[in-house]
Design a protein around this ligand. Structure first.
Ligand SMILES: *Cc1c(COP(=O)(O)O)cnc(C)c1O
Length: 221
């Protein structure tokens, strides 16, 4: 099937409150252009350099989502155009986003990424670190940050009940933070679910899914 057909097939099954991010990392401009003409205007990338190059070459009404681990020294390259940073995994990184956003006198949308899997290789905050950030937010440390919710990646596993319980944990963290610290309307997103597990994620309350290979095919690293 074509990229367009893959996209439309997935979109047709999604509840209206779930947003689809087409994860275009490692795929060329032509692949994104085909998706764009579907039409689909929301894309995710995990590397700063690649996202910036694609941003410069493609139509400016595209929404770009940073979903990969972000190094503090590269933040400044994406702040001018990024729509949402999903991958805030340390207070140090958040402090840098605040600094760069302030320079441009704008507000930047972010999600707090939680570590919910049992694999050592995945990045993310634990609840104590997230609470620390949230308290600092309430004290006014982040005037240029819009906290929009949480993000997480489940373990790479065939065990559906394990994946489901990890998504349940993320939802629990979301509700806890919303109830205690982020009572505003903008804190409303739970970014969870990829090609292999987005259906489970939606059942567990996902509002944003990040799907790559089911749309664009396998990636050549
Ligand atoms: C690559 C990636 C995805 C998409 O993965 P697929 O299995 O291709 O759907 C989603 N989220 C993150 C953070 C990724 O890095």
């Amino acid at each position: 099937m074509s990229i367009k057909e893959n996209l439309n097939k997935i979109k047709n099954t999604l509840p209206p409150h779930v947003k689809l991010i087409a994860v275009s990392k490692f795929h060329p401009i032509e692949a994104i252009s085909e998706a764009y003409s579907a039409p689909h205007l929301v894309f995710g990338e995990n590397k700063v350099q690649e996202m910036k190059e694609k941003y410069e070459l493609l139509p400016k009404d595209i929404e770009w989502h940073m979903i990969g681990h972000l190094q503090s020294n590269k933040v400044k390259y994406i702040i001018p155009f990024v729509h949402l940073i999903h991958s805030i995994d340390s207070e140090k990184l958040l402090t840098e986003v605040q600094k760069q956003a302030q320079k441009l006198n704008k507000k930047v949308n972010v999600l707090l990424q939680f570590f919910i899997a049992d694999e050592e290789t995945k990045y993310g905050l634990n609840i104590e670190e997230a609470i620390e950030i949230s308290k600092n937010y309430l004290e006014g440390k982040y005037p240029n940050i819009e906290f929009c919710g949480v993000m997480g990646m489940a373990s790479f596993s065939k065990d559906e009940s394990k994946i489901r319980s990890e998504f349940k944990n993320l939802k629990k963290y979301f509700l806890f933070l919303k109830e205690n610290y982020f009572k505003n309307n903008s804190f409303k997103e739970i970014s969870m679910g990829m090609s292999s597990d987005y259906k489970i994620a939606i059942e567990e309350g996902s509002t944003i899914i990040r799907v790559g290979s089911s749309i664009f095919g396998i990636r050549n690293y």
